[in-house]
Design a protein. Structure first.
Lengths: 306, 326
């Protein structure tokens, strides 16, 4: 088990390096000279040249990359072109908000998707199943931003139960968490249902029933654990999807997280900030997938061997 | 003596398609009954109906399954469930897929012991090791910690048997228990079953397509064809004096030791796909001896204390006075 985890971590390292190279390269391909942004439109050529030298932009691409990488590894991600604040400081101040939002949304998503998916599979082709499937269809068809706006109109503007934006109290969490959690739950619920139905056809489920176990035990202990294997494998993809969703939702609810920091930075062509956030998100997705791989091994003993 | 289990006129449909009709047989405590038939003849469906494990779209549409005289089909599902694994246990054809891949052997056997015999986790672990030893698994303590994928097919079937024994059942239904195994392992498993049966006194229904297995292991046999019982009798009767043309055909298609045969005998034709529209004998269209009256429904014609067949010719053979229909 430990060997498996260590190997997974070792395998993730080249992946992260590859991503960092890609992010760095893409930023250089993107239009707009960061040095001119940094120096300002009216700056004389000498100033531009000196900044270019100072930031290392005059060096060959690979040299620039490794200089940047070694700085990043030491926690120095440069400064924001706009606010002149260190990028690491900006990220540190925003990250907790994104994490908190995602944590509650994930929790809500799981809390809806699993019970609903299990019940739908157990009561297949009854009104319970149809209702759950209808919920999933509606949930998956609604774009997150649209759901967010509807929730704002109904619960914030008309009923005045929750604030439209900002942070502070628990009430601020309700609408963004609900938006993210629901759209996530819909897809996940369908997966739980499908995967469980597939497993319920298996011979070992019949064995479990032949033992005289209660249907609840058969479902949760014998079937669901096996159904988790395909669910967990795609969970990694879902996490990436959630990151994208977060960017949109944070913007709508003026949530001071990484997503909104990214959209602002993109609009302002805040070169180093964009670079750092994209890198962070990419690494987060890799880390999440790593976690999924480990979970995978925890659930399925056959994975630990290979 | 009251039979342990008595199946009376059992009918099963899958959606609207009938797959089992008027299936009747009984089994006494401690007895071994073989059920023989081709795939699709309804052997497994019969077993699953007894266990209450028929899954949708299959459902029992008629008949009775009497367990110590009590109709299991009338029991509330939860009462039937409580009998499963305890009063009656079942092992299946595919040992490779019948064990849950994510739980250890210990957990899967202990589960039965804790559920039906009220053991604590620790007691159950010890008892589980004991059962593994009984089914001939070496180093039971080490095997308890194994996952199914770490065991061979034969080992897994032994674990399945240990699991079935753990509830101390009065009846063990073995549905093609050796079909998926190597020939050498097959013999070992059957010997083991016989030996365990002698020790525990449980009755056994051995479901197989292999007449040889019935001859070697069972006392009585039931021959099924297209969802019906066509003949039943003691093993000796079935093999020396088969009454139904289908049983006769099955016996003729067995290869014989020491006999020069260029071609094995085969029964011409295939099993009918649909029973609807066949009022009489389902075997008639393949039967070399079929007559006009075979299209009419008939019941089992009994001509000895143990032997009966669903064929008009049987009735003629024994004469009107001797046969009783049921």
């Amino acid at each position: 088990m430990l060997k498996y985890v260590v190997r997974r971590i070792l395998l993730a390292i080249p992946l992260v390096l590859g991503i960092s190279l890609l992010v760095f390269g893409l930023m250089h391909l993107a239009p707009g000279d960061p040095v001119r942004m940094l120096a300002g439109r009216e700056a004389p050529q000498e100033v531009i040249d000196s900044i270019r030298r100072e930031w290392g932009f005059d060096k060959p691409f690979l040299v620039q990359y490794f200089t940047w990488l070694s700085k990043v590894l030491r926690g120095d991600m440069g400064r924001s072109v706009i606010s002149q604040l260190p990028v690491s400081y900006l990220i540190k101040s925003r990250l907790p908000y994104t994490l908190k939002l995602n944590f509650w949304a994930t929790l809500l998503g799981l809390a809806i998707a699993f019970p609903l998916g299990v019940i739908a599979a157990a009561k297949r082709q009854t009104w319970v199943d149809y209702a759950a499937s209808a919920f999933a269809l509606v949930g998956m068809s609604m774009p997150g931003f649209w759901l967010a706006l509807v929730l704002i109109i109904v619960f914030a503007v008309q009923l005045n139960w929750f604030p439209t934006s900002g942070t502070g109290t628990w009430a601020h969490y309700v609408l963004p968490t609900a938006t993210l959690g629901f759209s996530w739950a819909a897809g996940l619920m369908r997966m739980v249902r499908t995967s469980l139905l597939e497993v319920l056809k298996e011979d070992y489920v019949r064995t479990a029933r032949a033992k005289g176990l209660r249907e609840k035990v058969v479902l949760v202990k014998h079937a669901l654990r096996n159904a988790l294997i395909p669910i967990v494998t795609v969970l990694g993809t879902w996490l990436a999807y959630m990151v994208v969703g977060t960017v949109v939702i944070e913007t709508i609810f003026a949530w001071p997280g990484l997503g909104r920091l990214l959209t602002t930075a993109l609009l302002q062509r805040d070169f180093f900030l964009v670079q750092a956030i994209i890198l962070m998100i990419s690494v987060a997705v890799v880390a999440a997938n790593l976690l999924v791989d480990v979970l995978y091994a925890v659930i399925d003993p056959r994975v630990r061997l290979s | 003596m009251q039979p342990l289990l008595e199946v009376q006129d059992l009918e099963v449909c899958f959606a609207r398609r009938q797959v089992l009709r008027r299936v009747s047989f009984s089994i006494a405590p401690g007895e071994t009954l073989g059920i023989v038939g081709e795939s699709g003849s309804g052997k497994s469906v019969t077993a699953l109906s007894i266990m209450g494990l028929l899954s949708r779209p299959g459902r029992v549409t008629g008949g009775r399954v009497l367990w110590h005289g009590e109709d299991l089909l009338q029991l509330p599902p939860d009462s039937h469930r409580q009998l499963r694994g305890k009063a009656m246990a079942m092992i299946f054809q595919e040992p490779m897929t019948c064990l849950n891949p994510v739980y250890t052997v210990e957990k899967q056997i202990s589960e039965v012991l804790m559920l039906h015999r009220g053991m604590s986790k620790k007691e159950a672990a010890e008892a589980a090791a004991d059962y593994l030893e009984q089914v001939g698994i070496a180093e039971p303590m080490a095997r308890l910690r194994n996952y199914p994928h770490e065991l061979s097919g034969g080992m897994r079937q032994r674990v399945m048997i240990a699991m079935a024994l753990a509830g101390e059942p009065e009846l063990l239904i073995a549905d093609e228990p050796t079909t998926a195994l190597d020939v050498t392992v097959q013999a070992q498993i059957l010997d083991l079953l016989k030996q365990l049966q002698a020790k525990t006194g449980m009755a056994m229904i051995l479901i197989t397509h292999d007449l040889g297995l019935v001859a070697e292991n069972a006392e009585r046999g039931v021959v099924m064809y297209a969802g019906e019982v066509v003949e039943e009798g003691s093993v000796e009767e079935l093999f020396t004096n088969p009454a139904h043309p289908y049983t006769q055909g099955l016996l003729r298609s067995l290869p014989r030791w020491g006999e020069q045969q260029d071609m094995l005998y085969t029964i011409p034709g295939t099993v009918p796909r649909r029973l609807e529209g066949i009022a009489g004998c389902a075997f008639a269209e393949r039967c070399p001896l079929a007559e006009e009256r075979c299209a009419e429904p008939q019941s089992m014609h009994r001509f000895s204390a143990t032997q009966a067949a669903r064929c008009w010719r049987t009735k003629d053979k024994v004469g009107d006075a001797e046969w009783q229909s049921r």
